[in-house]
Design a binder for this molecule. Structure first.
Ligand code: USQ
Length: 382
C-alpha cells in the first residue's frame, strides 16, 4: 500500500510510519511541527529531544534500508494539501494530524480557536483532497473514546440501534465529549459520516483511549527513533505522566477522587490496530468504527500500579489527590465494548508490572531532564 501518515512527527505518527515501512508498505509522513511549536510556546518541552522528520527518515533508512517520504506543511493550507495528494496518490491515509491536547484546547480563547480551526479545517481538506485525487482510498482517522464521554449506559462500538415508537434505525452512538478538543473529534466524525453518505468515501474512525509506553518493535535499534514523550500537564497523558512523576519523586497527581475510568492501551497495540484497520478497509460508502482500547482502569488503579512497579525497582512513590482542574465525573459507570479489533486479530500487550518497570527504567536515564515545573500548573476547564 501507499500510505500517507498525517501528523507523522507525533507520539503515534512516527512509530506508525516505521511500523508500516517495516511491513514493506511505501510510506510518506506529513507534518507542520505544530505540536513541537505549541510545546515550545507553552514551555512544555518533552523528556528528550527527537530529530526532525528528515533526520529520522535518514536514520530509519540506515537501519532498515527503507525510504520514508517527507512533506512539511499545513493541512489547513489547501494548495499544499492539493499538491501532496496529487503527487503521492495514497491508497491509505492515516490521519493523526490534530491539536491533540484537551487542556490546551481549554487554556484560553486563542487556543480554543486554534484547536477548532486546525482540527476541523484539516479534516475537511483531507476529505476534499480524497475526492479530488484518490476517491477510492481508505481514510483511517484517529478519533477518541472521549467522544462518548462517560454515559450511564454501556458504550457500543460506534453505533446504537434506536427503537422509537415502533420503528428502529441504527445511528451514531450519542456523543457528549468532556473538552473542546474531544468535541472537535465528535465534529470530525460527523463530517466524515456526512461525506461517507454523500460521496461514498471509505473511512475507518478509531475511538482510541489514552496511550502509554515508549517502545515498539522498530525503535529499539536506535535511541534517535524513539517517539516524542510528553510528561507535562498539557501534552502528557496520565500514565506516562505518572511514570515520570514516580521517577522524579513527585507525588502522583490524582485529580479529585480518582474514580475517572478510561480505556487504555500500549503504544505497541496502537500500531497493531492501525495495521489491522488498514488491512481490513471500509467499503465504499461505509464508516467503520472501532473502540481502540485493551483494558479499563480508574486513575486510582493506575496510581497504585505505578506505586507497585516503582517499589519493585527501588522507588518510593507517593500518591496525592489534588483538586481536579477539569470538569468531569470522578465516579461513574463505564463499560465500553471493544471486540471489533480483537476479532480482526489484535493481541493485546497488557499493563503488567514489567511493562511499567521497563518504561520507568528508560525514564530514569533521562531523570536529569525532568522539569518539575511542567508537571502541574492547573489548567482549569472554566
Ligand atoms: N488525570 C489525572 N491526573 C493527571 C492527568 C490526568 O487524574 O495528572 C485524569 C484526567 O482527569 C482524566 C484521565 O486522567 O480523567 C485521563 O486524562 P489524560 O490527560 O490521560 O487523557 P485525555 O485528556 O482524556 O486525553 C488523552 C489524549 C487524547 C486522547 C484521549 C483519549 O491526550 O489525545 O484522545 O486521551 S480519551 O481519554 O479516552 O478520550
Amino acid at each position: 500500500m501507499k500510505v500517507l501518515i498525517l501528523g507523522g512527527d507525533g507520539y503515534l505518527g512516527w512509530p506508525t510510519a516505521m511500523h508500516f515501512s517495516s511491513k514493506g508498505h511505501e510510506v510518506a509522513v506529513l507534518d507542520n511541527y505544530m505540536r513541537r511549536n505549541l510545546a515550545r510556546e507553552t514551555d512544555m518541552e518533552i523528556l528528550y529531544q527527537t530529530p526532525n522528520l528528515h533526520e529520522r527518515c535518514k536514520i530509519w533508512k540506515e537501519h532498515s534500508g527503507q525510504d520514508i517520504g517527507v512533506y512539511i506543511g499545513d493541512l489547513c493550507d489547501w494548495s499544499f494539501v492539493n499538491s501532496v495528494f496529487a503527487e503521492f496518490k495514497p491508497d491509505t491515509i492515516i490521519h493523526y494530524a490534530e491539536q491533540p491536547s484537551a487542556p490546551y484546547s481549554m487554556l484560553n480563547a486563542d487556543t480554543a480557536r486554534l484547536t477548532l480551526n486546525n482540527n476541523i479545517g484539516a479534516t475537511g481538506n483531507v476529505i476534499f483532497a480524497m475526492k479530488e485525487h484518490c476517491p477510492d482510498a481508505h481514510l483511517i482517522k484517529l478519533g477518541t473514546m472521549g467522544e462518548y464521554g462517560t454515559p450511564n449506559i454501556d458504550i457500543e462500538e460506534g453505533w446504537l440501534e434506536v427503537e422509537h415508537k415502533g420503528r428502529s434505525q441504527k445511528f451514531l452512538y450519542p456523543r457528549q465529549a468532556g473538552s473542546l478538543y474531544h468535541t472537535t473529534k465528535v465534529m470530525d466524525t460527523d463530517l466524515l459520516w456526512f461525506y461517507v453518505r454523500t460521496w461514498g468515501l471509505r473511512v475507518t474512525d478509531l475511538m482510541q483511549g489514552p496511550v502509554y509506553g515508549i517502545f515498539t518493535d522498530e525503535n529499539q535499534v536506535d535511541e534517535r527513533l524513539l517517539p516524542c514523550f510528553a510528561y507535562d500537564e498539557i501534552f502528557g497523558t496520565v500514565l506516562n505522566r505518572f511514570v515520570v512523576q514516580a521517577v522524579a519523586g513527585y507525588p502522583l497527581t490524582v485529580y479529585g477522587k480518582g474514580g475517572q475510568t478510561r480505556g487504555y492501551l500500549n503504544i505497541k497495540d496502537t500500531l497493531q490496530c492501525l495495521l489491522l484497520a488498514a488491512e481490513n478497509p471500509a467499503d465504499a460508502g461505509e464508516l467503520k468504527i472501532y473502540n481502540q482500547l485493551t483494558e479499563t482502569f480508574t486513575v486510582n488503579e493506575l496510581a497504585e500500579k505505578v506505586q507497585v512497579a516503582g517499589k519493585s525497582i527501588g522507588l518510593d512513590v507517593e500518591v496525592k489527590s489534588i483538586e481536579n482542574p477539569r470538569k468531569e465525573l470522578e465516579e461513574h459507570y463505564y463499560n465500553p465494548a471493544s471486540t471489533g479489533l480483537l476479532e480482526l486479530g489484535l493481541k493485546p500487550n497488557f499493563l503488567t508490572d514489567d511493562v511499567l518497570a521497563e518504561i520507568m527504567e528508560k525514564v530514569i536515564n533521562h531523570k536529569d531532564a525532568i522539569d518539575s515545573n511542567r508537571i502541574f500548573r492547573g489548567v482549569k476547564w472554566n
